[in-house]
Design a binder for this molecule. Sequence first.
Ligand code: F6P
Length: 361
Amino acid sequence: MKHSTRVALITSGGDCQGLNAAIRGVGKTLTQYVDNIEIFGMYDGYRGLIESDYSYMEAKDFSGILTQGGTVLGTSRQNYIPGQAIVDQDGNDVMPAMMDTYTRLNLDCVVVMGGNGTQKSAKLMMDAGMNVITLPKTIDNDIFGTDITFGFQSAVDIATNVMDYIHTTASSHGRIFLVELMGRDAGWLTLHAGIASGADVILIPEIPYDLACIEDVIERRKKRGRNYSIIAVAEGAIARGDALLSEDERRAIKERTEYPTISYRIARELQEITGQEARVAIPGHYQRGGPPCPYDRVLASQFGTAAAHLIIEKQYGYMVGMQKGEIVPVPLEEAASKTKFLPPDHPLIQSARDVGTGFGN
Ligand code: F6P
């Protein structure tokens, strides 16, 4: 006969700010309201579940971590074959090993905090028979079923700060500056940081760019006496011509390109056609580092406590999300079904256009 409620916590995929706040939210709520609760912290993402590498977490382990960046549990990226299997580096199915830990620990639920890939893997775990609840974390804000993910706002703050700093040096030297931001194939981070820092042009994957349109913005600025321009470039930005190619053709171009990233290519091309010096700045993983901003501390805490309440109510198979300001359970099959890209007709894009920001189209 089972006497305790047993829950495993996992942080998986790329880290972001707010993971510890979410762990604290789940842990403190469960230890406060559930008698005989046993919580296991799995180390380094799914690896901990696969290899049975974990430690037992007590109430004190959830104290003092609210404001810390990173994740106290560690994280890793786990390969998966979409809709089919979670696999190791050699392509072997790791579900039997995961299930083995799950049954040996007699778990009631696994709480998985992760991005898009992690949601898909968690859905596979659910299909295999595990009770799963997920939380949406990523600086990319590209998880379907939630208006916002934790980590996103902290990354926007950092990216905006970088762009503010670049602004002054770009102005002193009369340069074009391209600031390349993360976000994978979604433009949320670049759009928000671009608007917040008053970028002259914002290039996002969802709106393929035309070089002549960027040049046009730069030349118009010059006519108004502005000798510098700031361009926010999403790492997944794509030229209009390239967007028309097949995936294989695009991959071939990427393989033989001399440019480390898209911004270097745009910088070289702009320098050639405008005759103005163009430079690139890439904050990279700096955007995922450091303490969560207050908004993310609040959001991740709310998501964490909501996950705990779902466990208490034995409601499994959900991702906790935010829709229209409300914290809601989103069926995991929905959250894992697709990526939330930026709609090109999003009101924020129109608002940016209204103040004269270009989108390269
Ligand atoms: O998904 C989060 C993210 O930071 C993306 O914005 C970026 O493309 C990717 O992860 C970087 O991954 P890694 O940390 O594995 O280099």
